[in-house]
Design a protein around this ligand. Structure first.
Ligand SMILES: Nc1ncnc2c1ncn2[C@@H]1O[C@H](COP(=O)(O)OP(=O)(O)OP(=O)(O)O)[C@@H](O)[C@H]1O
Length: 280
């Protein structure tokens, strides 16, 4: 099933390494991003500061306890996730592997706060995601989670640069930071020489790397990717996996991705094999 629920994300404030208090921030922040924000004076001051290297979280990024998910279908309840237990540690690349229909996308949606479990618990950076309403989960997602889709999800008329910049613009990142952050992210994914190409002028692998740059631009802690190599040949798929390994190291992000592809499993730190809604 396609995972098409696109979200734009807000930035992790690069000037702090502290745990975000999402609950207070929900009360304090406007959830809908303005398209072209004017930086506040204090934001301007912050731009001059050196962005510090972030430390990895001390505890797990994700803890999932006994998660069940039922979907109503007619008069029946379809039992899709059956007692899922898992963890993602800081700096890990975790893969969910399973056949079509086994429940991978359903689980990924729950991990990213796009959906909620019927029962069970999901802790994101120690916070009880499963108890939060949609506003709180949306804010956490905008600040700390990036999404990558099988079909790249780029704006077709915008260049690679403009696509990544759009992410920062939508995320209320101060304008003075855009240039260096866009350049940094596109260099990180190996597209320094293709920054001004539009998607149709790029290969599938290059487009997916733009999508990765776009997903990490706001400095999320967790990247969720649904079949990110499914549309790519094996060489391009390997390039994407190399980029994932690189950004885990340099951006202090953890990655959880789904895949059908047995050839890329060896780069994972941990593989969860899913069969009919359960890990085996
Ligand atoms: N909103 C929904 N309502 C009803 N059934 C659903 C819903 N979402 C998913 N399902 C069902 O849950 C099962 C698991 O779907 P899911 O998309 O999670 O599998 P998947 O492993 O990601 O498959 P694929 O690899 O093909 O994307 C499928 O039988 C699907 O039809």
């Amino acid at each position: 099933m396609a995972w098409f629920r696109k979200r734009s994300d807000l930035p992790q404030d690069p000037s702090t390494d502290e745990e975000p208090d999402y609950i207070e921030q929900v009360a304090e922040q406007e959830l809908v991003a303005e398209p072209e924000p004017e930086p506040e004076p204090e934001q301007e001051e912050r731009l001059e500061e050196e962005v510090p290297a972030r430390e990895l979280d001390a505890g797990p990024i994700l803890v999932v306890n006994q998660v069940e998910r039922f979907f109503p279908v007619g008069n029946e309840q379809l039992h899709v996730l059956k007692g899922i237990q898992m963890e993602v540690q800081p700096g890990q690349l975790v893969m969910l592997r399973g056949r079509s229909g086994s429940g991978k996308t359903t689980l990924l949606n729950i991990l990213g706060g796009l959906d909620q479990p019927s029962s069970g618990e999901v802790y994101f950076r120690g916070n009880p995601f499963h108890t939060w309403d949609d506003d709180k989960r949306t804010l956490a997602r905008r600040m700390d989670i990036g999404f990558i889709f099988q079909a790249f999800a780029l704006m077709p008329l915008l260049s690679a640069w403009e696509n990544v910049e759009l992410s920062l613009r939508m995320a209320n990142v101060p304008k003075a930071q855009w240039k260096s952050r866009v350049e940094h992210c596109l260099e990180l994914v190996g597209l320094a020489k293709r920054m001004h190409h539009r998607p149709f002028e790029l290969s599938g692998g290059e487009q997916q790397r733009v999508a990765i740059a776009k997903a990490i631009a706001h400095r999320p802690r967790l990247l969720l990717a649904d079949e990110p190599t499914a549309e790519l040949d094996s060489q391009m798929g390997a390039q994407v996996m190399a980029v994932f390994k690189n950004i885990i190291r340099t951006e202090q992000v953890s990655i959880c991705m789904t895949t059908h592809d047995p050839t890329i499993l060896e780069v994972a730190d941990h593989v969860y094999e899913m069969v009919d809604g359960k890990f085996v």
